[in-house]
Design a binder for this molecule. Structure first.
Ligand SMILES: [Zn+2]
Length: 213
């Protein structure tokens, strides 16, 4: 992940210049942004932020690929930093009680060695947005690969893949779900739906990237 022109410090996956050139969405400054509209009519979400645009062959795709398929935690460290920078200065995220990383199945966890959303959460905390991580959301098995066009048909089907421990602890709490990439929103919708069963005060979502269709 070298751009060739800069010396990389140890903890970084790209240099400061490349970081400043990333395709930031600036969605947090927009009312009813595209990522918030994704969930309209599906499940009640208070706010949705996605920091970067994810497009094919882009540097954002490379960073996410490093994190998920090359076991490169530095990529997650960067994505967590970018999310933290957004949350720390956001008036809408002052009262969050728990960060909730989207879980992966035990099978996938064995293969990958870590949950990428968990790595992102740990980086968010390390970069100053110091909110405890809720660990009671569990993925029972892998969600089948889904395409954009069958989004309408799969709502209830995906719900059964998540399981929630610690129901009571979420009641009247403000929850912030964290994931790497928001694409159709099906996974986040399923997770939000099961979390909503515990009667939280609010559910928010923050992802590192948003897939442009
Ligand atoms: Zn660079």
């Amino acid at each position: 992940m070298q751009c060739g022109t800069d010396v990389l410090e140890d903890q970084y996956v790209i240099c400061k210049h490349c970081e400043s050139q990333l395709p930031f969405t600036n969605f947090s400054q927009i009312q009813n942004s595209p990522v918030e509209k994704i969930f309209w009519g599906r499940v009640k979400i208070q706010t949705v932020v996605s920091i970067l645009f994810f497009t094919k062959e882009s540097i954002v795709q490379k960073i996410v690929f490093e994190l998920k398929y090359k076991q490169n935690k530095k990529a997650g460290y960067l994505l967590g930093k970018l999310i933290a920078n957004e949350l720390i200065y956001s008036n809408k995220h002052k009262h969050i009680d728990y960060l909730i990383p989207i879980p992966i199945s035990r099978k996938r966890l064995r293969g990958r060695g870590f949950n990428q959303a968990q790595v992102i959460c740990e980086s968010i905390i390390a970069h100053g947005y110091n909110i405890p991580i809720f660990k009671g959301l569990v993925k029972l098995k892998d969600t089948p690969t889904q395409t954009h066009k069958d989004r309408k048909n799969r709502g209830n089907q995906t719900n059964s893949f998540f399981f929630l421990n610690d129901f009571e602890n979420l009641t009247n709490k403000h929850l912030l779900i964290i994931d790497d990439v928001l694409t159709t929103g099906a996974t986040l919708e399923a997770a939000s739906y099961i979390l909503s069963q515990s009667n939280p005060a609010s559910i928010h979502i923050a992802t590192a990237a948003y897939t442009l269709h």
